[in-house]
Design a protein. Sequence first.
Length: 688
Amino acid sequence: MRSTLIYSMLLLLLALSGVLFSSAKAIEVSDLHFTELNKQHGLSDTAVLDIVEDHMGFIWLATSNGLNRYSGYDVKQYHPSDVDPNSLPSGYIQTLFVDSEGKLWVGTNSGLALYQPESDSFKVFNKENSVIKTDLITAISEAKNGDVIFSDKKFLYRYSKQTSQIHVLTQVFKDESFIKVIFEEANRIWVGSNKFGAALIDTETLEVHDTSKVNPWGVSLDIRALHDIAVINGNYWLATNEGLIVLASNGRILKRIQSDDLGVSEEVNSLSISVVGNDIWVGTYIGLFLLSDAAESTISPDYRPNFLHLNSDTYSATGIPSAIVMRVIEDRTGVVWAATFHRGAFKYHPEYASVHFQPVYNSDRHSDDNFSTVWGFAESSDKALYLVSQQKGLGKISRETGKVSFFDFFEEMDPAIHYWDIEIDDQDNIWIASSAGLLVLKDTAEGLELVREYFKGSFIDHIFKSETAIWLQVAVGKVYSINISSIPSPTQRGEVIKAALTEKTGDMLAIYEDGNSNVWFRAGEKLVIYSVNEGRVIQVLDSSNSINSSVYGVHETPSGLWLTTRSDGVIQLDKKSFSVLNKQKRDNQSGFITSTTAVENSIWYSDAKGVHKVHLPTLREADSIPNAQLEFNSLGEGAVIATADKTIYFGGNKGFVKISKQAISASDQVKQTLPPQLYQVNVFGSQG
């Protein structure tokens, strides 16, 4: 029932403009909007030196003042302790690495640490208990056989997983420097330093070769610093102090991508290289560069990157400042993370753009005491979008401007009548639930036409459209269905059937129709499954199925049934046994979930903290838009729709919020097996 309005806000992100890019192909920049993770969100420090994602989906952030684990909801900090031998050896975290077994390795200023998730503690290796010569661990990688390779400021070490012992591989450089990258291949190991460029180590003889001199592999690099290496499309991409260098597999330099190629005058000291889709993201001392389609491009001396430079010039638009970008990663949900020095971490999804809040008013008087509450949305066969306002009745939303036009039809209605819900059937009849019955309307060229009225004088605040009928509760526990296959005129009634629901659970609200044409009802903290064909209840799901809270939405994928509950978050059930397979870890302080919808392999819902996107099947929160960062629009119970173009609308007591993704063509539809799409959230102006 319409019992509660929950405060929530959506993040306002602005459209990007005024950026530099090459003329080959204009980069779509309107979705490049970053949200920040800093001390206000629980981060221990804003000097983020490295970032990784573990096999559980946690984001780990190395800072100069502790290690941080971000769950999607909150940040847990890890610090050294004089009284706990299983704590971190140092709070200054230089580097992070997740190996092929999912183990997290932490390089600190006081040794190497292995995270032990079963005890939430660390096993420490240092010069006191191993052959490590200096405790400042600067780089970690993995050997071909699964052993862990790491370095201090001069030496390379190997940790054997078979013996759990560390031994010295070799001394790489004569003098100390920060070794930044280790990359093992079949017959050699690349080692990059911030002072001495690149070295190659023969894996059989362990002989060290300076790449600025003759070496067995014909690699000739006269560089001061090598910070990162990535093999992309068969080529080696090197992040150096002079920009990017692309090598062919035979060691020949294909291209140097330097200042002139990237539209800047200063040296492009590059720190990291990451591939996201077909794009290459480069973290540098002067901000973040995105090289569009570079991962699929043929690299030659004539190659000119199509690029975007995110720096102080674009900060107000993108939300990412001019900063030293230490590392860029893409997590399993498609979110791109940027770790910056002294500015915290920033995250962005390739299809996220902005948040649009559309205020809706009861009249031309645009004031805070004249907002109109939006309780529902529906979309017609021609993609026209309608809403129902508690005070104003039916309105039509302009896709272009977001403005709402209300129909004069409702001006003739009793002003005491309130309007609560809306559905549109396959014949484009518009069904409106009101405090005085159920209306069936038609939007014609001549205006709004009343087709039929049902249960006149009855209070109806929730309706649900199945494939063949409209379902509603007229009084507590008294559920009816109206056949929608023949609603031709006011003189012919649709067939009204009272459902044989025997459960005595109070309100019975239809919320879902499964593939067998069974209708699912929310009945308190139970789910009642009603067979239309048999005319009876065939299943009741309750606490024995771990359903302990009201279910607001049901979504089906090949991997299971996904229930969004009021208090327990999202629960995965087996399709046949209805037993619990998985359950979302949700912040209990986030309040009740009020509205939910599903788009492909993600579920969106609103609660007291804002709007959240949950990735399926991992049940990890892929994104969260906190209410503290947008105009307060208390989102209503069940007031949500995901339209045919996968745009999401949430209704509230001030209007609605639109969360939209980039336009995609019919031939470019996203398949369910792909990573979830993150969305654009926009704020409109309004006309009452």
